[in-house]
Ligand binder design. Structure first.
Ligand SMILES: Cc1cc2nc3c(=O)[nH]c(=O)nc-3n(C[C@H](O)[C@H](O)[C@H](O)COP(=O)(O)OP(=O)(O)OC[C@H]3O[C@@H](n4cnc5c(N)ncnc54)[C@H](O)[C@@H]3O)c2cc1C
Length: 310
């Protein structure tokens, strides 16, 4: 779109999760000429299986509702939105050049990366083959296909336990499997899950394979202590093995830690490239939460504003 006009934006924000949307609101309020590029709005909140209970001022709200409030707020400001994937960011002659999947080149004086993260895959046999045929990373999207069926959740952290609670309203029986002997989810969540007759935790196991003919029929797992293999008949497998940052498009412009998260100045959220900021789950902060990502988005926009004033 902007190719023909060779328009230069003050700020391009990449990402439409809590970090990117908040950055957009703050940039809009500073009257920066801002473009927000995102594949979709909501990011990881779209995978949220139960209500959000830790966003200040909104003690209990669904992910869908929270995101629609975020987007509604963003749209109060004249921030241009482009629903596309950005595939490369470069810096040339003092300006940033962002290439999108549809071959648009967009130019700006500053960029905020709010790229978030996507689900980590297990890299086991059957995972790719049965994706959409029983394997899913999103219970809220696919849970209803498993009404009165037996399902497995891989991963005993908060996300896995929340999914189990959500699926307990739909599925007949839910098994949570994890490499650790004991669950890693918050204690309060564990208590809720363990009080359900439908949910069983199986710890100290390694998933070897997902099997079936046309659709998933079972998983093979190994007990770590004994190396004994077991077959668990299930129709659905929900994978919650953590997340990986989506930082491929800025190779060379930023430094990464060992988890491929972007290194930033913790105060200003600047990367090693002048005018390039990063916020939210794509950065190296230890805690990944909506309020933290939003706070970083706000800070990055305000520091980008200061940078642009200079
Ligand atoms: C199942 C689950 C439950 C959770 N529950 C809670 C909870 O109860 N409370 C809480 O505080 N936190 C929770 N979290 C964590 C919270 O969702 C994240 O910390 C937060 O969403 C991070 O926001 P973000 O904007 O940094 O990234 P994301 O939410 O990951 O958003 C990133 C956005 O960037 C877009 N994007 C990425 N790359 C590109 C690209 N190249 N081009 C264009 N667009 C791109 C994506 O499409 C997405 O819209 C949960 C996470 C999960 C997975």
């Amino acid at each position: 779109m902007e190719n023909k006009e060779k328009q230069v934006w003050d700020l391009i924000i990449i990402g439409g999760g809590p970090a990117g949307i908040t950055a957009g609101i703050f940039a809009g309020r500073q009257k920066l000429k801002t473009l927000l590029i995102t594949k979709e709005f909501g990011g990881q909140i779209n995978w949220k299986a139960v209500n959000i209970e830790n966003y200040p001022g909104l003690p209990e709200i669904s992910g869908k509702e929270l995101i629609s409030k975020f987007v509604e707020h963003l749209k109060k400001y004249p921030v241009k939105i482009l629903l596309e994937e950005a595939i490369k960011v470069k810096k040339e002659d003092g300006f940033f050049k962002v290439l999108t999947e549809k071959n648009n080149f967009l130019f700006s004086k500053a960029v905020i990366l709010a790229l978030g993260a996507r689900p980590r895959t297990l890299e086991i046999k059957g995972e790719k083959e049965f994706l959409g045929k029983g394997v899913s990373y999103c219970p809220i999207c696919d849970g209803y296909f498993f009404k009165e069926k037996q399902v497995a959740i891989i991963g005993g952290g908060n996300a896995g336990f929340e999914s189990a609670l959500f699926l307990s309203q739909i599925a007949k029986k839910i098994f949570i499997l994890d490499f650790s002997e004991t669950p890693k989810a918050d204690k309060e969540l564990q208590e809720k899950v363990m009080s359900s007759q439908k949910i069983k935790f199986i710890g100290g196991v390694k998933i070897k394979e997902i099997q079936g003919k046309r659709l998933v029929e079972d998983i093979i797992y190994e007990e770590v202590k004994t190396n004994k293999e077991f077959i668990l008949p299930v129709s659905g497998v929900f994978i919650h093995a953590g997340t990986v940052p989506q930082t491929y498009l800025v190779e060379g412009l930023v430094d990464f830690n060992e988890r491929k998260e972007i290194k930033v100045n913790p105060e200003t959220l600047e990367t090693k490239t002048l005018g390039l900021f990063a916020a939210g789950d794509c950065t190296e902060g230890k805690f990944k939460q909506i309020v933290i990502a939003s706070g970083q988005g706000a800070k990055a926009a305000l520091y980008a504003f200061e940078y642009l004033k200079k």
